[in-house]
Write a new protein. Structure first.
Length: 554
């Protein structure tokens, strides 16, 4: 867009210079003062309109690039965090299952004998337990047990052919872990494993869970189904591991070795121009990609330039026609008007246009020029106000009308500096909606959105004007409170109760309620330590049964 505007300005300037150089060679009709005035007005309006369009395009493009530079790393950080939490939970699940009394006792029987009525009863009990686990945990496609010698004792769930290399890895004893993801003939496989401890500490065998990798695809999918960007998981050999479906896997081959956090414009192998970034996922040696078509990323810029061009063209044509009709009969005090027009062409602001208080053509022309300059100033003011609105939108969450993640980070940095300077207490409370994914799966995203908006409304009304509320991301909210820890706990508890008391009407004439888990921490050193402490407290609240407020003990 920018080269086109520059080319237009250069063309207009060159035309004006050529017209001035050939002034004496113009036809007699064009050498008249009214005709030359019309030409001057038309050129002035055209050049001014191009300059306005160029300035608006540059400003909008800079704003969009800054927004993308912040949004893409934030998207990758959120996806990375979700993946880390998901895999940590899978490792914790498999360890819990492997340490259950049912698995240990019956596997102890099978360790002594694999035949006879007692062994069959043990297998039956184990199968019943594993089927129960598989039914309660949709994150797994299958569960199976291996003996201490690596022989398969029992398989429950979908019949899945695991790669030979993965099977050999599973025979080796080790602590609770999640294997690397392998893709063979288009089928992905990944297994969580944990040893089953015996009475004397020696492993009786091992329990393994085949992960349902559709969950992995859901974790990296955009929160907004209408979002234009795509996230992909790429293995160390450059193979795209997720998402599974080809129509959702972007061609990220142009980002073979990206710099961490770098946002770049690329032309991919298929010729598509994209904005892209990448971030390593160290757990498995993966890389997370995020790509968005260039046209989608800069669609607001294209739309704005089209509108500006349409308005400018209309103004140029309108004012050119008005000036021409007036100038046809213009023969008197033209000098003052032409001088004012020259000053406008030279870029002067607040030029005083002479007004002739009479009804003839001179008076009409003077008023027309005055209106022209007023419209240009109004247009410039509208663009400035539009940029201010865009700036406000960039720090506001569209769903809840709370501040967004970017505004929260800026505010927390300022509040921490102020608190350390003035010794005023500062607390951070992190709110996380309990079982939000299940609610979305059961009632739909529209119900989830209404619940998030209702929670945000409670938070907004339940804090002071000096406090700060933001939607941190997804179903997480953050409050900055200028009170000591005990006061912050009281505020958090009141808000938790208020949220638990709300209900949202569903489209199917029912209603649903919601609870939140809250982690609270007080500023001790710096912003990073404050957030880590609050996040740690939130984790404790989740593992304390949810629907509660926990303070970080540090």
């Amino acid at each position: 867009m920018e080269p086109a505007i520059r080319a237009g300005l250069r063309a207009a300037s060159a035309a004006a210079r050529r017209g001035a150089a050939r002034g004496l060679a113009l036809p007699a009709r064009m050498r008249s003062l009214p005709s030359r005035l019309v030409l001057g007005v038309f050129s002035t309006v055209l050049v001014t309109s191009l300059a306005v369009a160029f300035t608006a395009a540059r400003s909008t493009e800079s704003f969009l690039r800054a927004e993308i530079d912040q949004r893409f790393p934030m998207i990758l950080a959120q996806v990375s965090k979700r993946l880390e939490l998901w895999y940590d939970q899978r490792r914790l699940d498999i360890r819990t299952f492997a340490h259950s009394t049912i698995v240990r006792d019956h596997l102890e029987v099978l360790a002594r004998t694999t035949r006879g009525q007692r062994a069959e009863r043990a297998r039956s009990e184990l199968r019943t337990y594993l089927e129960y686990v598989l039914e309660r945990f949709p994150q797994y496609d299958a569960l199976f047990l291996l003996s201490r010698d690596g022989e398969r004792l029992l398989w429950v769930g979908d019949a899945i052919a695991l790669p030979n290399s993965l099977q050999e890895t599973l025979r080796e004893p080790g602590p609770p872990r999640v294997s690397a993801l392998e893709r063979v003939a288009g089928t992905r496989s990944q297994v969580a494993s944990a040893p089953v401890p015996g009475a004397k500490g020696q492993p009786l065998g091992s329990l393994h869970a085949v992960l349902a990798l559709e969950e992995l695809d859901a974790l990296i999918a955009a929160d907004d189904p209408d979002a234009a960007y795509h996230v992909a998981v790429v293995g160390g050999d450059g193979e795209i591991l997720a998402p599974a479906r080809d129509d959702e896997r972007p061609d990220a081959s142009g980002l073979a070795r990206p710099d961490v956090g770098r946002v770049a414009e690329l032309t991919l192998a298929g010729g598509e121009r994209v904005i892209a970034s990448a971030e390593p996922f160290a757990r498995f040696g993966w890389t997370l990609w995020v790509t968005e078509p260039y046209d989608a990323a800069f669609a607001p810029l294209v739309a704005m330039i089209r509108r500006v061009w349409a308005v400018n063209l209309a103004i140029v044509l309108l004012l050119g026609g008005v000036a021409y009709s007036i100038a046809r009969s213009l023969a008197r005090p033209i000098h003052d008007l032409s001088q004012a027009a020259r000053e406008i062409a030279e870029g002067s602001e607040n030029v005083a246009i002479p007004v002739f208080d009479r009804a003839d053509e001179v008076g009409v022309l003077s008023r027309a020029l005055r209106e022209m300059t007023a419209r240009l100033h109004a247009k410039h003011g509208e663009l400035q106000r539009a940029n201010e609105v865009l700036t406000q939108l960039s720090i506001t969450d569209g769903l809840t009308s709370l501040h967004n993640h970017r505004a929260f980070q800026d505010r927390m940095a300022r509040d921490v500096r102020r608190a350390r300077r003035t010794q005023v207490p500062l607390c951070l409370a992190l709110f996380d909606v309990d079982d939000f994914k299940k609610l979305n799966d059961r009632h739909g995203h529209a119900a989830g959105d209404r619940l998030l908006a209702a929670v945000a409304d409670v938070l907004r009304k339940g804090i002071r004007e000096t406090d700060f509320a933001a939607r941190y991301g997804g179903e997480e909210f953050a409050l900055l409170l200028s009170v000591p820890l005990d006061g912050a706990l009281t505020v958090a508890e009141n808000l938790r109760r208020s949220i638990a008391a709300i209900s949202v009407e569903l489209d199917d004439a029912g209603s649903v309620g919601v609870t939140v888990s809250v982690g609270v921490a007080e500023l001790r050193s710096d912003a990073e330590a404050l957030f880590t402490a609050a996040d740690r407290a939130l984790y404790g609240a989740k593992h304390s049964g949810k629907d509660c407020v926990i303070a970080d003990p540090a």
